[in-house]
Ligand binder design. Structure first.
Ligand SMILES: [Zn+2]
Length: 428
């Protein structure tokens, strides 16, 4: 282990602050930690929420019976490195070897391997490209940073900022919190600040944490995105009440929030990614056939359709039929000019918009030209511009069964005892 590099990334004040808190939260043996996680899992189960826990393979090995118990209770167990190491300190080949070793251990322990999260979100694009295809179905490593209420500098600031530096979140003002495909996997972004940043870093009270999460739930819901709430079970007894407030609110939100595990999100995203339409000419008009599964959500606005539909929000109606006839008007789809930047088509697909090119030779109700992209030059701004147009549109929605947004509780279960903490840095 590169202890020198480990220390340099943290600094003296961060190490002291973390050590103080860890010694309060963990016992030498795992009993203290397992009791609070069991309690938290039971409370969450009442809301049909079974978190995804990312666990380093050596922590699984040392606490196998408990990890299996969580798995049997329906929690998803994801790979969190072999030890709990910053994988950015290694070459992509070395980091990939550590993750493969962890995946092999999981299989040996009888745990299904679906996804991984690097400790400290220490992924790189080189590492994602290096991992052999098929090892993991998803990665949950890139962070989107949402606005938070700042606090004057005190001892906690160093905790907040050190973690922020590790996470390297991109601003939610210009980036969407939606999955995408990368190197044969689904990347499911994490929502930050996390619980440690809010509690230990900014010194938020439990009410303030509940307030921050409910604000974030509201924002992701309004935008139709994912709230991938990252927490650390070392705080499980403290944040249980804010979890419950968040889940209760999610249950009551108009349009519905899909409370899911990351493996569900990844499976769904691959299904949705294959959705498309087929266009048939019929007389002077066209028939649009939606090629999608029964869970697919098709929405439309700005024109009438005779088939069964229900009101979905103030703008869209939800269509249940899988084909519609359009006559005497441009198709309610989006035509994308060939000379727009590459991110445009990728982001429109993420959002479920259906696009054609001028080469298709079919007129569409909405046109995206380079000038429009120049003016709205990030996914969030471009989506707002499309949504503000008074033009007919039919599209897929990013989430299944008509749900407006999604929520996942994902816990980085780094250790269960002080002994786990001490040994995870040592060579094995
Ligand atoms: Zn961790």
């Amino acid at each position: 282990m590169k202890l020198q590099a480990w220390y340099e990334k943290r600094g003296f004040r961060f190490v002291v602050e973390r050590a103080k808190r860890l010694s309060q939260r963990y016992g030498v043996y795992p009993a203290k930690a397992t009791a609070r996680i069991r309690h938290c899992v039971s409370e969450l189960q009442k809301f049909d929420c079974r978190p995804t826990f990312f666990v380093p393979a050596i922590v699984v090995r040392r606490n196998l019976r408990f990890i299996r118990e969580l798995n049997e209770r329906g929690c998803e167990i994801g790979v969190h490195g072999y030890q709990h190491l910053d994988l950015k300190s290694y070459t992509a080949g070395e980091a990939s070897a550590q993750l493969l070793r962890a995946a092999t251990s999981f299989e040996k322990f009888g745990l299904e391997v679906n996804g991984f999260r690097c400790p400290y979100l220490s992924v790189t694009d080189e590492l994602l490209a290096e991992l052999p295809h098929g090892t993991f179905k998803y990665s949950s490593n890139k962070a989107v940073e949402w606005p938070y209420k700042n606090r004057p500098a005190d001892d906690g600031r160093v905790v907040f900022e050190t973690i922020q530096e590790f996470y390297q979140g991109v601003p939610a003002e210009s980036h969407m919190s939606l999955p995408w495909k990368q190197d044969g996997m689904v990347e499911i972004p994490v929502s930050v600040p996390d619980d440690l940043q809010l509690h230990d870093g900014l010194g938020y009270s439990l009410e303030e944490i509940a307030g921050a999460w409910s604000d974030l739930l509201g924002r992701t819901h309004q935008r139709g995105e994912l709230f991938n709430l990252m927490f650390h079970p070392e705080l499980a007894n403290l944040v249980e009440a804010p979890f419950i407030t968040t889940l209760r609110e999610a249950r009551n939100m108009e349009g519905g929030v899909w409370v899911a595990q990351l493996r569900d999100i990844s499976e769904w995203w691959l299904e949705k990614d294959a959705y498309k339409i087929e266009i048939e000419r019929q007389g002077d008009g066209f028939v649009l056939n939606f090629i999608c599964g029964p869970r697919g959500t098709v929405l439309y606005r700005g024109f009438e359709i005779p088939q069964l539909s229900t009101s979905w929000d103030a703008t869209y109606r939800r269509l249940y039929a899988r084909h519609v006839t359009i006559e005497g008007r441009p198709l309610p789809l989006i035509q994308v000019a060939p000379d727009v930047p590459g991110w445009v088509s990728a982001c429109l697909k993420q959002l479920g918009y259906i696009t054609l090119t001028p080469e298709d030779g079919i007129d569409c109700s909405i046109h995206i030209e380079p000038a429009m992209v120049e003016q709205h030059n990030n996914p969030v701004a471009l989506r707002a511009a499309i949504e503000s147009l008074d033009a007919p549109l039919i599209r897929f929605w990013p989430w299944p069964d008509g749900q407006r947004s999604a929520l996942c509780l994902t816990g980085d279960l780094d250790a269960l005892s002080l002994a786990d903490y001490a040994t995870r840095l040592l060579p094995t």
